[in-house]
Design a protein around this ligand. Structure first.
Ligand code: FES
Ligand SMILES: [Fe+2]
Length: 383
């Protein structure tokens, strides 16, 4: 649906600062190259603690970070072969979560039915992706496509950040091209104009015209001379729950959001810059260009953004009733999408719960079988 681009005053729905995520998407958990064989990494995706480990054959697994025995965090344990062993009593779990060994249980005795929840996990674009929702839906979607990843003409810069703010605040910052004001001293962009705005069930796509000038614009290949003003079209697409931003013919940015909890988020971003250098030279210069761009460009912009986002979060927490005014329709559309995705997920979960209760009560009354009442939770521990 095409939306109007006029800047008009609208009240922000404060509910957007309280909603949870729709977990039925792939979320980034870390850089794959940083998890070596035998390493374990604790991750938190919207309040779910997960232990991600790479077994000694190089395969990645993700288990709930709580031992089914007494709840000790499994990331405190160690990898043995393809299994994860808990630090406390040495219970050993397969990547699928089943307990396969208890060191002090006599061999002739049957193992308890103890199982840690396991999560669908995959590696793509050097990112570890986890699907924290219903595992039967994991194959219905995929992480974002990044055609530039293997393209030899692009310089890639990976960037990670942590913000003490709700993911809605972070996602609005990414859609909010009007905040170039904040980055004036860094020779960011100026004079933004919202040119088009589209909204679908799961996305918001905005196009802005923005102007650049200065040495930074020249360095990034936006203009031939530093004193020249150049105007470019930038597209910003919030494809729930991640972002794709493109500056025509110059660069792309894929920004993957990891919502940790109500006031904490992380981001894993891949920036691709089209470089006019011979491929052999680009390969050689890549590490130094990555470091320069990360430290002298991205981290400087990011630290200004993080200060604003965290300030916004603090003011909200101090008075959640306070009313706020927004004039950018793209931000209002992003807020609508975040709320809609959460509500749709909650509605489906409650329908599922009702159906399960209905099935269970039907089964009980028709089958008069007390054995049906056996716990069925994945984490149950039944001898
Ligand atoms: S708490 Fe993990 S083995 Fe006992
Ligand atoms: Fe910014």
């Amino acid at each position: 649906m095409e939306l109007a681009t006029t800047l008009t005053s609208q009240t922000v729905q404060n509910a957007v600062r309280e909603v949870g995520i729709n977990p039925n998407y792939w979320y980034p958990a870390g850089w794959a190259s940083q998890l070596k064989n035998g390493d374990i990494m604790p991750v938190r995706i919207w309040q779910q603690a997960i232990a991600v480990y790479r077994d000694e054959l190089g395969q990645i697994h993700a288990l709930e970070d709580a031992c089914p025995h007494k709840g000790v965090a499994l990331h405190k344990g160690k990898v043995q072969g393809c299994h994860l062993t808990c630090a406390y009593h040495g219970w050993e779990f397969k990547g699928s979560g089943e307990c396969v060994n208890i060191p002090y249980l006599p061999k002739e005795q049957k193992l308890p039915r103890a199982k840690a929840r396991s999560y669908p996990v995959q590696e793509k674009y050097n990112i570890i992706w986890i699907f924290p929702g219903d595992p039967t839906l994991a194959a219905t979607c995929q992480p974002p496509e990044m055609p530039e990843f293997d393209h030899p003409d692009y310089l890639m810069v990976p960037i990670t950040a942590r913000m003490n703010a709700h993911f809605s605040i972070c996602n609005e910052n990414s859609m909010d091209v009007f905040h170039g004001f904040l980055h004036q001293n860094l020779q960011g962009w100026f004079n933004p104009i919202l040119k088009s705005l589209q909204e679908t069930e799961a996305s918001v796509c905005a196009e802005y015209d923005v102007s650049y000038t200065g040495r930074m614009a020249k360095f990034l290949g936006l203009s031939d001379k530093a004193d020249e003003v150049t105007t470019r079209r930038i597209s910003v697409k919030y494809n729930y729950p991640h972002y794709e931003t493109a500056l025509e013919g110059v660069s792309s940015l894929y920004l993957m959001r990891l919502p940790i909890g109500p006031t904490a988020s992380r981001s894993f971003a891949l920036f691709f810059l089209k470089v006019r250098l011979p491929k052999w030279l680009l390969k050689r210069l890549e590490p130094i260009l990555q470091t320069l761009l990360r430290h002298f460009v991205f981290m400087r912009f990011l630290s200004q953004d993080i200060e604003m986002m965290e300030s916004e979060q603090q003011t909200y927490l101090a008075n959640p009733q306070r009313r706020y005014v927004e004039i950018n329709p793209a931000i209002i559309a992003v807020e609508r999408l975040i709320i809609r995705q959460y509500e749709q997920f909650m509605q489906k979960s409650s329908q599922l719960r009702n159906n399960q209760q209905h099935d269970a009560s039907g089964a009980l009354s028709s089958a008069n079988a007390p054995s049906q009442s056996e716990p069925t939770k994945e984490n149950s521990f039944v001898r």
